[in-house]
Design a protein around this ligand. Structure first.
Ligand code: ADP
Ligand code: MG
Length: 469
């Protein structure tokens, strides 16, 4: 069933964010839904054990929603041979192969000098990520129109274009949309899409195998260069950053378009170095924000329509009101509903919907992003909760509970306001990396520490009370 395959794809996408190696390994397995089971076939025992160790728990709990067990098998395992449904599976596999071929065709427009399997995969452009399939709303229209403009007049108006914003808000979608447009409509040949990790890996590989010259030709002769997720460039990758710098200069000089994406502003990319930062800032920097309710509804409706499923208006409202900060999660919701409906496990009502979407529905921590809170209000409610003062929270007293309170304040400020890390840090007389680290620390604490999570909920209640007074 296709819905399960999509659930699988969705799982791989979400579970491997920022981890290209894992993504490649997981995309190489053969997933199938058969006889009430989701069977993952790997090429070898090593991969099987690796998945068992690193991912099986999470995969199983993903499929638990549908009462579907997950099984890992190695190719040519006896189990695999014995299946009765072999012929249908083969058909499906054929379809899969055909689909991959289609992708290859698109990829034919993309320059690939090194014909290694892995490199080819890197340059795949998803034909579904187009401007037409991108829902525009106030949160993303600036980014959308800049990207569209760049795809129509590459190298002319905004160079580079730098798009930043949180996870799952459409950055990669827009990069692919540009690639699709410039290859199809402008007929440009040398369009390169890579993540910064791929760029770095490829660079070091070329360095080691003494093929750096062809690496340089490939990148420096590009018509359009699209680099996704530049926040992954680390200060330890000096040589790769140096290479990027020279590539950048050459392409700017030749008026070739470049587009970069990142989860933060150029200024906040401290690992990449000032030279690159000022170059990123030299073009147009645009932010993609979290979609507003109306945009979320539109996205949801589009995805439901694509799946050819209809649900009650009130369920749409419920979903759009409870999945707030990430379009990827909205898609995940649609996939689950689609699987649920197709499996005919029962009727869809608000209770089943809640169970089905349990881990996607955002808890109190994020639920009221819509209400605009100010950082001052957040500081006041944290101070109230900890029975201390506003000045102590923003001060520099290093007592343990004050430090935690301060970090929670920074975390909430990032979650509940539109302030950047730099602006938040400024309030505390700190540099932006302090706010960023505080955010990351609390974000991971919430997942592990029940008490911290409860504290935050409590603080948010205080915040709401203060706001409503
Ligand atoms: P990012 O790169 O910012 O993490 P992606 O581009 O991967 O996010 O988007 C996550 C998913 O959400 C993709 O499947 C994408 O097609 C979808 N998506 C994001 N924004 C929109 C939008 N405005 N309209 C339609 N789909 C969207
Ligand atoms: Mg992305």
């Amino acid at each position: 069933m296709d819905a399960f395959l999509r659930t699988w794809e969705e799982f791989v996408n979400i579970a491997t964010i920022g981890n290209e190696f894992d993504r490649i390994v997981l995309s190489k397995v053969k997933p199938q839904y058969r006889n009430g089971k989701f069977i993952i076939t790997t090429k070898d025992e090593f991969t099987k054990t690796w998945i068992e160790k690193n991912y099986l728990d999470r995969i199983s709990s993903t499929f638990k929603y549908y009462d579907v067990d997950v099984e890992l098998v190695v190719e040519n395992d006896s189990k695999e041979e014995k299946t009765e449904n072999r012929s249908t599976v083969t058909k499906k596999e054929n379809k899969r192969i055909l689909k991959n071929r289609e992708n290859e065709k698109v990829e034919g427009n993309v320059v690939v000098l090194e014909k290694e399997e892995e490199e080819k995969e890197h340059n795949l452009i998803n034909p579904k990520y187009t401007f037409e399939s991108f829902v525009v709303g106030p949160s993303n229209d600036f980014a959308y129109h800049s990207a569209l403009n760049v795809s129509r007049y590459p190298g002319k108006n905004y160079n580079p274009l730098f798009i930043y914003g949180g996870v799952g808000l459409g950055k990669t979608h827009l990069l692919h949309a540009i690639a699709n447009n410039v290859t199809k409509e402008m007929k440009l040949k040398k369009v390169i899409y890579v993540t910064s990790e791929q760029f770095t890996n490829e660079f070091f590989k070329a360095l080691n195998s003494k093929t750096i010259q062809s690496f340089r030709i490939k990148y420096r002769e590009a018509d359009v260069l699209l680099i996704d997720d530049v926040q992954f460039f680390k200060s330890t990758m000096k040589q790769a950053i140096e290479e990027l710098f020279h590539t950048f200069n050459k392409l700017i000089h030749d008026k070739k378009q470049m587009v970069f994406t990142s989860d933060r502003t150029p200024r906040e990319l401290d690992e990449i170095g000032d030279r690159m930062i000022s170059r990123f800032e030299g073009g147009l920097v645009v932010e993609i924000k979290k979609p507003e309710l109306e945009t979320r509804l539109k996205i949801l409706e589009m995805k439901l329509k694509n799946e050819k499923i209809e649900i009650k208006e009130e369920y749409k409202q419920f979903i759009a009101n409870s999945i707030i900060s990430n379009v990827r999660s909205l898609e995940a919701a649609v996939n689950r509903i689609s699987a649920f409906i197709n499996l005919k496990k029962g009727t869809l009502n608000i209770t089943t919907l809640k169970t089905l979407l349990k881990d996607l529905i955002e808890t109190d921590t994020k639920e009221h992003v819509e209400v605009a809170y100010t950082i001052d209000e957040i500081i006041k409610s944290v101070a109230k909760y900890y029975d201390t003062t506003y000045d102590k929270i923003i001060g520099s007293d290093r007592k343990e509970d004050l430090m935690l309170a301060r970090q929670i304040t920074m975390y909430l400020a990032k979650k509940l306001t539109n302030l950047s890390f730099s602006q938040i840090a400024e309030k505390f007389g700190k540099v932006h990396s302090t706010a960023m680290r505080a955010y990351e620390r609390i974000d991971s604490l919430i997942k592990r520490d029940f008490l911290v999570k409860e504290q935050i909920k409590e603080i948010i209640s205080i915040l709401k009370l203060m706001k409503n007074r």
